[in-house]
Write a protein that binds this ligand. Sequence first.
Ligand code: DOR
Ligand code: ZN
Length: 390
Amino acid sequence: MKTLIKNVEMVDAEGRRYGKVLIEDGKIKKVYKEKGNVKSEYDQEIDGQGLVLMPGFIDMHCHLRDPGYEYKETMETGMAAALKGGFTTLVAMANTKPIMDDAVVIKANLDKAIVLNQCNLIQVAALTKDFGDSELVDFKTIRPLTNVFSNDGVSILNSEIMVKGLEASSEHDFLLLTHCQPETALVKRDVELLAENGGHLHVCHISKKDTLDLIRAAKEKGLDITCEVTPHHIFASAMDYKVNPSFRTYPDRRALIEGIKDGIVDMCGTDHAPHSEEDKLKGAPGINNFEMAFAMYYTVFDQNSISLEKLSEMLSDAPAKRLGIKAGLIKERYPADLVLVDLNWEGKINPKEFVSKSKNNPFGGETLKGKVMMTMVKGELKYDDNGSTL
Ligand code: DOR
Ligand code: ZN
């Protein structure tokens, strides 16, 4: 199957150009600049007139709830929501039921994702058995299945476990993602432990200026550390909607935006955390983000004159590089994981219309800019705004 996307502005972390993209066997076969002649034949043509083609978004942080909490989300509904939001690769957290702490459950999720054939799945493994603080998981059997480990949802309060986790991340060459509450105190400890013990650390959902300053200092020292923000922490402050970490102050929000501009914040994640209405009423923390994330990010970037190239870097290229996958750029021989976005779209997104199984998102009344019009994974059209999820 060969597809040509024509008349399109292409934007990725490496720049902006106008032209055409030829897709063959799930990969980007050729990028034609300007009005280059397409000599080869193709089966399907997509006219990108007025739209922008970007690499599919790679979400370093989401919760698919499958298995165990299927009443909140299933892999099917979560991936349908992700595709509607332009996400083609998902790093799905381990706080499922059972927790992703052994090779059998991890393999089952990876197999399910292959059968589903929606998004690419990187399944996070827990760092410790049942998220406890006594026993690490069995890296030998799990590491061949994933290179991302995290107890996200809960903090690693036990410093000895954190040291062992960092050591293991070096020994088995994986990325350790941390959830830090209290945020600044734990990030401070983890940066010290990283300096002493080495390791590969990624700090999830940073939300405070003080945390950002710690990460800036750690990067200046040359430590192997990256971090992400969420759409909600850079879009809003001082809201009392329950989420972990909480909404912070306006100065914190401004500091995160400055951290994006100066390159201290590496990635834009979602922390998509679907919950039923009943669970939210009982105080479950989390925001359902897949279907609103791009519009929230683009709106904030646009308001702060941060380029679309930078957004693409943070949504696609940086996570791909950190995960060690060849993806996230519009480049020959890269996978044809692509999105078409309409940057002129402006409007309100109604959470009641989410395809996610849950609707927990407090930003329904906000006017946002930017809409995902089409999502393609490995050259296959998976979402089309004109026709709903395919
Ligand atoms: O708000 C949150 N929800 N933060 C987390 O870290 C966990 C997540 C969840 O699993 O619901
Ligand atoms: Zn999370």
